[in-house]
Design a protein around this ligand. Structure first.
Ligand code: DP6
Length: 359
């Protein structure tokens, strides 16, 4: 390692992902191993994403991190596990132009500075931790020249936040729960790339950008401890649903995709209600959006839009094509007219630049 002061840095951008078959419940809290498989769709990288810059320098006296401009502690086990796992796989780095040479063994002594920024509300049920940890692991892997494929990296990101493992891939992604105690087979795999079903347009209706009252982590812990419905869901329901969803994605079968996505979201929220004390993530506006979509799908005779809600009131709406997305957006603006900045905003996430942001 050269003795002069230098800074070596890498910036990466990672999109968030939205589960269409939900992960809810852990069998191992430390390694973050789930009680069921899950499937998600990764959003377009230019929209809801995290941008992270990681830097290393002999001038840094300790590891530090800033999230959206504010310094946060790295002492938690999730950050520590990710940093340890990545450091243990670090390789040699050489930048001839800058005269930087870092040997494998140097990484243990060098400190990191990490600056991360979300371009969407943090912890409001929009999977900010998914994009955040995926981006952290990906950017560190690039900085430290870690020679691992995305599935291996996904097993590291998983230890930061379960859903993060799915953001290492684009398109449709499955997180296999695995069966090994050490979690080495609990990894994400890509089912289909982003081009496979590019008619779909995803609209996120931000019902509230307030931070949720019950975090996913504590919510799912309480569900595992108290909900019988969760046991039934994990053992009996999800395994069959995963196979059906894989088939629906493979065949671009929007009717089955919608039926499975909506039913799974509703069952996840039913598990939350079956938890003691019950957890309410959706609000009246979320329920009104569900009714609107259900009525529309029924009146058309064939499904036009799928809905899904994570641990918050915001609706993720998946339109079968661009024409439907335009009608949906018009409907949302008609039934939920935005009165001020704090009201519902609809973001269209997809390749449609005309509809980028409305409301
Ligand atoms: C409802 O991945 O945020 O979005 O693993 O404890 O960090 P931790 O939880 P997290 O949970 C996400 C739950 C969900 C469903 C999903 O994304 O599959």
């Amino acid at each position: 390692m050269a003795t002069e002061k230098w800074v070596f840095m890498v910036t990466a951008q990672t999109p968030t992902n939205i589960a269409v078959i939900k992960y809810w419940g852990k069998r191992d809290e430390v390694r973050i191993l789930p009680v069921n498989d899950s499937i998600s769709v990764t959003l377009d990288p230019d929209h809801l994403c995290t941008v992270t810059t990681v830097a290393v320098s002999p001038a840094f006296d300790r590891d530090r991190m800033w999230l959206n401009g504010k310094e946060i502690s790295l002492s938690g086990s999730r950050y520590q596990n990710c940093l340890r796992e990545i450091r243990s796989r670090a390789g040699d780095v050489e930048d001839m132009e800058k005269g930087i040479k870092i040997r494998k063994k140097d990484w243990e002594k060098l400190n990191l500075h990490i600056a991360s920024h979300n371009n969407f509300p943090t912890a409001a049920g929009l999977a900010s931790s998914a994009a955040g940890f995926a981006c952290l692991v990906f950017s560190l892997a690039k900085l430290m020249n870690v020679d691992e494929d995305p599935s291996h990296l996904s097993a590291i990101a998983r230890q930061g936040s379960g859903s993060a493992c799915r953001s290492l891939f684009g398109g449709f992604v499955k997180w296999t729960m695995g069966s090994k105690e050490d979690g080495s087979d609990s990894v994400a795999v890509q089912l289909a790339d982003e081009k496979h079903w590019d008619d779909l347009v995803i609209i996120i209706a931000v019902v509230s950008s307030r931070q949720k009252e019950t975090s996913s982590t504590s919510g799912m812990r309480e569900s595992v401890e108290t909900s019988l419905l969760l046991q039934h869901r994990a053992k009996e329901v999800v395994p069959k649903r995963i196979l059906q969803m894989e088939e629906a994605i493979k065949n671009r079968d929007f009717a089955s995709f919608t039926q499975l996505t909506c039913t799974d979201s509703n069952q996840f929220h039913a598990v939350c209600l079956d938890t003691s004390p019950p957890i309410f993530y959706m609000n009246d506006t979320s329920h009104r959006i569900i009714s609107l979509v259900e009525k529309w799908n029924r009146s058309e005779g064939t499904p036009q839009v799928a809905y899904t809600f994570d641990a918050g009131p915001n609706a993720v709406l998946i339109a079968r094509n661009r024409k439907v997305a335009v009608q949906l957006l018009q409907g949302l603006l008609y039934y939920f007219p935005p009165k001020s900045d704090t009201d519902m905003k609809s973001y269209v996430v997809g390749d449609n630049s005309i509809l980028k942001e409305a409301g």
